[in-house]
Design a protein. Structure first.
Length: 337
């Protein structure tokens, strides 16, 4: 037999008021705990005081709301004396929602700390993998470096042997071997501790490159080279000017006497280095000139070294003439001897 108990319910606004109070207290206390323990130790005392103030405010607001709801017609002092009987219940409610807020806040932080720990573990594993990758790359570089130390040694031995065989029969070929050996040595170990070379040293190797090609072309090579300025106290990353010069021999038509190639290298008093080359184009697609490996690598090296100081490298094709212009501000690379 089902027996239904009759329960007298309060008006709806009573539940809305008191549930709103409890919910607001719950979230405000959670915010105070977050402020106390997540904002640094210097804010901990403030957060604890905020939490204590919220507890007292909750009890006070509860007292006032009960007065206006339960006994609006009774004198306040009379109601206050009778309210003391209900104080244990109010403290229990405050304790209940306080513990609930602490539990929910702590659960959220434990979950967050677990996520942070998982992320830290993933980062540790990623760092370990990155470290292993870097170590493998360094080992590969070291092996490549050791191979490069062996290969030039064998090459120089071969060049010396060839030179000893041809020096008596072909002085020009012997001279070319000497110049070529010098270029190879310059490309391998010309830099100082700063990774730079004196511009005069690079200009010297450019003159050697021109001399080699004069043996190659003979009287059919039509190229003019001009230098201007005092390069002695300035340094530059190696092989940049040499690469741009070699590009003229690689892609230029140097046998046309009516359109000779030109290489002009100068430096201003303010330390701005300028390179200019102009040459007739061989019968190859012009697009390959501006996309050549030498020019591309030169641009990358310039960007890595002089992007802050400032440089400009541009190429231009005008009908059958290809020009290269480079300017670098070397004031930061000035070295006084």
């Amino acid at each position: 037999m089902l027996v239904l108990m009759k329960v007298d319910l309060e008006p709806a606004y009573i539940y809305i008021l008191f549930y709103s109070l409890n919910i607001s207290y719950f979230y405000l206390l959670s915010a105070a705990l977050t402020f106390a323990f997540d904002k640094g130790r210097n804010q901990r005392a403030k957060g604890v005081l905020m939490a204590a103030g919220l507890i007292l405010a909750y009890i006070l607001v509860k007292f006032i709301m009960n007065y206006f709801v339960d006994a609006p017609a009774v004198a306040f002092n009379v109601y206050a004396r009778g309210f003391r009987k209900n104080m244990p219940l109010i403290f229990f409610r405050a304790f209940h929602f306080t513990m609930l807020a602490i539990f929910v806040w702590a659960s959220g932080h434990i979950a967050r700390y677990r996520r942070m720990a998982d992320q830290a573990e993933q980062q540790r594993l990623q760092l370990r993998a990155d470290k292993a990758e870097v170590e493998n790359a360094l080992m590969a570089v070291q092996n490549a470096y050791l191979r490069q130390q062996i290969n030039p040694h064998l090459l120089f031995n071969a060049l010396n042997f060839t030179y000893s065989r041809v020096v008596d029969t072909s002085p020009e070929a012997a001279r070319c071997l000497i110049l070529l050996t010098g270029l190879l040595r310059f490309s391998l170990d010309s830099t100082g501790e700063d990774g730079l070379v004196n511009i005069n040293d690079e200009l010297k190797e450019i003159s050697h490159l021109l001399e080699i090609n004069r043996f190659r072309f003979g009287d059919n090579m039509h190229l003019e080279m001009e230098t201007e300025g005092d390069f002695e106290n300035y340094r530059i990353i190696p092989l940049i000017l040499l690469t741009l010069t070699e590009n003229v021999f690689k892609h230029g038509n140097l046998t046309n006497s009516s359109s000779p190639a030109l290489i002009r290298i100068s430096i201003t008093r303010e330390g701005e280095l300028n390179f200019f080359s102009s040459n007739a184009i061989k019968s190859i697609p012009t697009g390959r000139l501006s996309k050549s490996t030498g020019l591309r690598n030169a641009r990358i090296r310039l960007e890595n070294t002089y992007s802050a100081a400032g440089f400009n490298l541009c190429t231009q094709t005008d009908q059958d003439i290809f020009t290269v212009r480079l300017s670098i501000r070397l004031s930061g690379s000035l070295v006084r001897h």
